[in-house]
Design a protein around this ligand. Structure first.
Ligand code: AMP
Ligand code: MG
Length: 493
């Protein structure tokens, strides 16, 4: 099928990284239709919105047509999945179409996800159901709006065919935009094969693309590890600060760029509990909310292992020592990143030594008490303004929190910022609207079962401006109704 669509694709990865992918073609989609289109991202990419949000666009987003200049490929990678190493994963249902240079000059991968089998599909069908496609769309947009580095969705299409999941479901394809799709698992693939030449090529490519300032450094591979560690620590600190649970932090789902990727069984925590797990397959809570920081460190250790032959090709003991020194710094970097996120949420401008205790104490007070994590911070800004009821009503036993609030307010008043200003600043970082589980579920079900996209679009609209309270949408900021069944998410994308 030919097309009149024109997109200026570059194929930097495909052209320079032979051996890291296979050229491939999407499966044919029967009757593709665009169900959501991201105008804002389209503009950011400098693409023609009218041309793309069309029937021809649907053909493009389903993989039925390849525009001139795009060289679709499936990338290879490996990865630790729930702690066990799989030497051969790769894009089993995704195709990288190429890169687009956005209006700020940034290189962005454009990838189809759900576009059919590839040589890396193993036993999978290469397809995606529309509900998980929409979940990824929604979550990515919500995270982006919250200021959290993430891949984003440009479009979601239905393919017009039914695919087999639990029963039949409508098939879909997500068009995903990312700074790159390089993963810890990409490095692991070549490290496992002891292909040091390819490892070096990959590391140099990743450095050039994401950390160009390191390219001429003497110890660039060591510094590369350090920088990836910093970005990941900062990323996970942001996840934790908003109550996000990724759900499947396998090493193939950890990017080198520091963006959140592969929204599968992810969800936002309702009440604060470090043990929170949503994923139906995470039996032992490996990827529980509170485990995410240490899992990121575990993944970074796997990443570090792949770099050993590059860090010091002649002396692996020395390389291991230098890499270990860096990894040992993780906890401190993470804790500071997290503390700074919490300081912002709590409106603390001055950095006092006692902050960490104060923040930890707050977590101890709320743990296991069914107190909505998102609303808590929202209501705290109100409390600072003197509207005390909403916050206090969240607590059955008020004595402990009142004492804590006294200390906190004391600090707010002692700072040189006016209280009203502090409360306003808190409102700019503490969301009113997040993709709450019961709302997500309802929106996805309506879209998937009844082709009714209205609830999805309302929710998408709200989470795209998460800090802006909208009149008439009060229900969207409320927690799930009391007595709701525990929320369970599935990998079955
Ligand atoms: P994920 O859990 O989505 O990160 O995927 C892990 C691996 O399984 C990746 O290599 C995917 O490409 C592959 N995979 C997941 N779902 C499918 C599917 N339906 N068909 C083929 N491969 C898949
Ligand atoms: Mg993945």
């Amino acid at each position: 099928m030919s097309t009149t669509l024109s997109i200026t694709f570059e194929n930097d990865f495909a052209n320079t990284m032979e051996g890291f992918y296979v050229p491939w073609k999407a499966a044919k989609a029967e009757k593709p239709e665009i169900v959501v289109f991201n105008e804002e991202l389209c503009k950011q990419l400098g693409l023609d919105e009218t041309a793309l949000n069309s029937d021809e666009g649907a053909q493009f987003f389903s993989g039925n047509v390849v525009v001139e200049g795009s060289k679709p490929i499936a990338q290879v990678y490996a990865g630790h999945q729930f702690g066990g190493f799989s030497p051969q994963l790769g894009d089993g249902r995704a195709l990288l179409l190429g890169e687009v240079i956005d209006v700020d000059g940034a290189r962005k991968d454009v990838q189809l996800k759900g576009s059919g089998r590839t040589p890396f599909s193993r036993n999978g069908d290469g397809k995606a159901a529309i509900a998980p496609v929409l979940r990824e769309y929604l979550m990515g947009e919500a995270m982006h709006a919250l200021g959290i580095p993430t891949t984003r969705a440009l479009a979601a299409v239905t393919t017009g065919e039914k695919i087999i999941r639990e029963g039949f479901q409508r098939g879909g394809v997500l068009t995903r935009v990312a700074s790159s799709h390089l993963r810890v698992g990409t490095f692991q693939y070549f490290a496992a094969r002891q292909d040091h030449e390819k490892l070096k090529q990959l590391a140099d490519y990743a450095i050039q693309r994401h950390y160009p300032e390191l390219a001429n450094e003497d110890e660039k591979y060591l510094l590369f590890l350090k920088e990836v560690q910093e970005r990941q620590a900062s990323l996970v600190a942001k996840w934790v600060s908003v109550g996000f649970v990724h759900g499947v932090m396998n090493t193939d789902n950890m990017t080198i760029s520091g963006e959140t990727i592969d929204y599968g069984p992810c969800a936002f925590m309702d009440a604060y509990d470090p043990k929170t797990v949503f994923s139906s397959i995470d039996d032992h809570g490996r990827y529980a909310y509170g485990n995410q920081p240490v899992i990121a460190q575990w993944n970074l250790a796997r990443f570090a292992e792949t770099l050993i032959p590059l860090i010091n090709p002649k002396d692996s003991d020395a390389a291991i020592k230098s890499a270990t020194d860096i990894l040992n710094g993780y906890l401190e970097i993470y804790q500071l990143a997290w503390l700074n996120e919490m300081r912002e949420k709590l409106g603390l401008t001055e950095r006092n030594e006692g902050d960490i205790e104060m923040v930890n104490h707050l977590h101890t007070i709320i743990e296991g008490k069914a107190i909505d994590y998102t609303l808590l911070f929202k209501n705290m800004a109100g409390f600072a303004r003197g509207e005390e009821t909403a916050l206090l009503e969240m607590f059955e036993d008020k004595a402990e929190i009142e004492k804590w609030l006294e200390g906190w307010l004391g600090q707010i008043h002692a700072s040189n910022r006016a209280v009203e200003q502090t409360a306003n600043a808190m409102d700019c970082v503490n969301p009113v609207y997040i993709p709450r589980n019961h709302l997500v579920e309802d929106a996805l079900q309506e879209a998937s079962d009844n082709e009714n996209y209205k609830p999805f679009n309302i929710l998408l609209d709200l989470v795209k401006s998460p800090f802006e309270e909208k009149h008439g949408f009060e229900d969207y900021k409320k927690p799930a109704p009391k007595g709701s069944a525990p929320y369970v998410t599935y990998c079955g994308t």
